[in-house]
Design a protein around this ligand. Sequence first.
Ligand code: SAM
Ligand code: DTB
Ligand code: SF4
Length: 355
Amino acid sequence: MTTTGLQGEMPREQRARRGGDRHKHGRIGLSAAFGRTPGEPEDEPRHDWTIDEVEALFALPFNDLLFRAASVHRRFFDPNRVQISRLLSIKTGKCPEDCKYCPQSAHYNTGLVREDLLEVETVLAAARAAKESGASRFCMGAAWRGPGKGFDQVLRMIEGIKALGLETCASLGLLSAGQARKLKGAGLDYYNHNIDTSSEYYEEIITTRSFEDRLQTLDYVREAGLKVCCGGIVGMGEKEHDRARMLQSLANMFEHPESVPINLLIRIPGTPLEGVDETDPFDFIRTIAIARILMPRSHVRLSAGRQAMSDEMQALCFFAGANSMFCGERLLTASNPSPDADRRLFGRLGLQPED
Ligand code: SAM
Ligand code: DTB
Ligand code: SF4
C-alpha cells in the first residue's frame, strides 16, 4: 500500500479528506484565527484540515492572517534566514506534456531554444559556481514526462553534486518506484513534483497526465526515502477555492512536503495562459501565509515569478512565512532577479542565507 499521498488506507483523494470529522466546525472562529485549534497540541502539525477551515483562513482580514502566519513562522524558524537554491535546466524544451503554463511543452510555440541532456561535467561546473555564490541546494529540472534514456547520466550528476557538499534536488517528471529508489541510491536529497493546482482544476491545465498520476509518483518518492518538494502555481485563472483545495491537499498528505514551492505564474507568450489576468499581489501573499500556517515545519519557497514582484511584495512574502527561494538570473528557462538585486534586497531587509 502506498503511503505518501494522503493519509491512511483509503483511496488518495478520500485520504486527503480524512480527519474532516475531527474539525467539522465550519468557518473557524477568531480564537482559531489567532492561535491553535482548542485541544490541538501547539507544535503538532495537523493533517486533517477541512476545506471550510482553509477557506476561512483566506477570508481573514489581511493583517490578521499575516500576524498569525508570522507568529507560526517564528515558532519554528528563524524569520530572518532564507534557504537559497540554484536551479538548472538539464534538458530543455520539446516536452510531450501539455501543461498550459509551461514554455517547454512541445504543444506550444514559445520560441524556446531546445537543448538535449547536458553533459555531467557541464552540470558539475554550474553546481560549483552555485556553491561559490552561496546556494546550499542545487536543483535540476528536465523537460520530460518522466526519465527515459539519459537517466543514468542524471544519476552521475547527482553523485557529483553531492560530492561537492551541496544538497541535491531533481524534477524529472513522473517516476516509477524503481527510478525513485535509484535516485535515492545516487544520493538525491529532494524530489520536486508539484501538484500545481486543485485536483478539480487540474484537467483545465494539463490533459496528458492526471492529478492521481502525480500523487502516485509522490508516493514512490516517499517510499524511496527521499524528501518531498511539492507545491503549485498561483495565477492560472483558478478560483480562491482551488488555491484552498491545493493547500489542503498538500497539508493533508501523510507527511508534509519538506519544501513547498509557491510559484506565481510567469505568463509566457505562446502558452495558452499568456493572457490570463494578473494576480492581485495580496492574494499571492495570502497563499504563502496559509501554506505557512498549514505546514508549519516546512520550508515555503517563494518560487517562480519574483521578477514581476516589487521588493515590497517579496518582503511581505518573507514576513508571511516564505523562507526559501531560487537565486541566479535564470530559473529553468525564464529569468529571475539578478544576484545583485537579491543581495540588495537581503541587505535592506536584514535577511541572511540559511546555512
Ligand atoms: N517536467 C517536470 C515536471 O513537470 O514535473 C519538471 C520541470 S517543471 C518545469 C517544474 C515546475 O515548474 C512545474 O510543476 C510548475 O509548477 C513550474 N512552472 C513551469 N512553468 C511555469 C511558469 N510559467 N510559471 C510558474 N511556474 C512554472
Ligand atoms: C518549482 O516549483 N518551480 C521551479 C522548480 N520547481 C523546478 C521551476 C520554475 C519554472 C519557471 C519557468 C521556467 O523557468 O521555465
Ligand atoms: Fe513538461 Fe514539466 Fe513543462 Fe509540463 S511542466 S510541459 S511536464 S517540462
